[in-house]
Design a protein around this ligand. Structure first.
Ligand SMILES: Cc1cc2nc3c(=O)[nH]c(=O)nc-3n(C[C@H](O)[C@H](O)[C@H](O)COP(=O)(O)OP(=O)(O)OC[C@H]3O[C@@H](n4cnc5c(N)ncnc54)[C@H](O)[C@@H]3O)c2cc1C
Length: 416
């Protein structure tokens, strides 16, 4: 231990993509300093690979393949302690994070609590739609689909069967179209298993926007919509959900009210920050429940850093905040950790966050997908969070309709 070096406590709220990477990077950067304590807190004992939950919900890949035990992940990290606890409050003045189980004092705090579904104040959606964000949501959807088929199989009434076998996805953004693509492959397999004609089923994806994945360029939307239609998904655009009933979805489209009898409405229409971040946003500078960062990724409180989905950071020369996507979580967690390590060793937090997004890939079922690539190492174009047209300048990105694509982590094998 260095003479006179006081113990420094770093607390990280959230062990998602960014929290884990930040803890690992901090551990590496402070390896030579013995008196460092890194506390990583998550309400779950496991990390969820969110990017794969739509596959796990529809029988592609094993559910246990998308969760990783956090205590095990950090078992060989002497400076990192993982605590399963739900953070309920932060006392910024006294530098204490309050959980259901413990209180945690900090010198530096990292907020990395991620997002949750946004129901935009539609109460009936909150009550009756299935959210789609967590591992539990994915498993609940899988169980629900199975129950719908089990109920439909012995029925004689075709209308009742159709109601049970109509699967609606609200939201045609990245998450919505990916889920719709998976469902379009999964539902026919379930028909075979339960000996039901495919004609009784329907996969519907609806959005208030005029086109699918409206934050990406037109060409990407068009390709995406074509692939989904080929897979058998019904797309309803310019359709604004007004009510979700236990057995129907009601939307307005071009002045008409449409009611779709359906026992399954999955909500992937938008996200907002997790509750603890919304609470922190009442004290720290914030925009739309995301916390505004300085270039160093510090918030308006210099002892508090914000990374991943929770950050509201507009890179120099850009108009829009960084996208709530994994690439931003990776880059922000590294920079925040490096700046914290500098502060601990008496330097200034001088590093400036310059995100460089490479694009995104959209999987539409096990075999098809689209890659939307920004030019390598170009500064962020925020492909997921900016209005169409502004996302990528001509020549900045290439569009690759990819067939035969295999997702990174899940195989194309699917079980009904
Ligand atoms: C179906 C789906 C598909 C996606 N696909 C892609 C994709 O293909 N590419 C891409 O780039 N992005 C994708 N995303 C978005 C991506 O998952 C997020 O951008 C990323 O997870 C954000 O990382 P994060 O670390 O900020 O938050 P998260 O990974 O969400 O982690 C936050 C953690 O904080 C914990 N937490 C929250 N509140 C508390 C509390 N009060 N106390 C303790 N712990 C708490 C949570 O349990 C969680 O573990 C997808 C998301 C979904 C849902």
């Amino acid at each position: 231990m260095r003479q006179g070096f006081k113990q420094k406590n770093i607390v990280i709220i959230g062990a998602g993509f960014s929290g884990i990477l930040c803890a690992q990077r901090l551990e590496k950067k402070t390896a030579r300093l013995k008196n460092i304590s890194i506390t990583l807190i998550d309400k779950n004992p496991y990390f969820t690979m969110r990017t794969e939950i739509h596959a796990a919900a529809t029988g592609r890949g094993k559910p246990e393949g998308i969760t990783y035990d956090l205590a095990e992940t950090f078992a060989d990290s002497p400076n990192v302690s993982f605590f399963q606890d739900e953070v309920t409050d932060i006392d910024f003045e006294n530098k204490v994070v309050k959980g259901n189980v413990n209180d945690y004092t900090y010198d530096y705090l990292v907020i990395a609590a991620g997002s949750r579904p946004n129901f935009f104040g539609i109460e009936s959606a909150q009550e009756n739609a299935l959210p789609f964000w967590t591992y539990d949501d994915a498993m609940a959807l899988k169980k629900h689909i199975k129950e719908c088929f089990e109920k439909a199989a012995p029925l004689a009434d075709e209308e009742e069967q159709k109601k049970l076998l109509t699967f609606c996805v609200v939201g045609a953004g990245l998450t919505g179209v990916e889920l719709a693509g998976e469902l379009a492959e999964y539902i026919p397999m379930m028909c075979v298993k339960y000996k039901l004609p495919q004609g009784l089923t329907r996969v519907l994806c609806i959005d208030a926007a005029a086109r699918t994945i409206p934050n990406l360029p037109n060409k990407v939307s068009t390709t995406c919509s074509c692939i989904l239609k080929e897979l058998g998904v019904d797309l309803e655009m310019n359709a604004k959900v007004v009510e979700v009933k236990p057995d129907a979805l009601v939307y307005e489209q071009i002045g008409k009210t449409v009611t779709v009898p359906s026992c399954t409405v999955v909500w992937s229409a938008g996200i907002t920050s997790e509750t603890i971040t919304c609470k922190a946003a009442e004290t720290l500078d914030s925009r739309n429940n995301r916390i505004v960062n300085l270039e160093s990724l510090q918030s308006s409180d210099p002892n508090v850093f914000v990374i991943g989905d929770n950050m509201y950071y507009v890179a120099k020369g850009k108009e829009h905040p960084v996208p709530q996507m994994v690439e931003n979580t990776e880059q922000s967690s590294v920079l925040a950790a490096d700046n914290i390590a500098d502060l601990i060793t008496g330097k200034e937090a001088k590093r400036v966050y310059k995100p460089a997004m490479h694009g995104c890939m959209i999987s539409l079922g096990a075999k098809k997908g689209i890659a939307c690539l920004c030019r390598y190492r170009q500064p962020v174009h925020d492909p997921a969070a900016v209005p169409s047209g502004a996302a990528c300048q001509a020549g900045d990105q290439r569009l690759l309709p990819v067939t035969g694509l295999r997702s990174r982590k899940s195989a194309s094998h699917r079980e009904a």
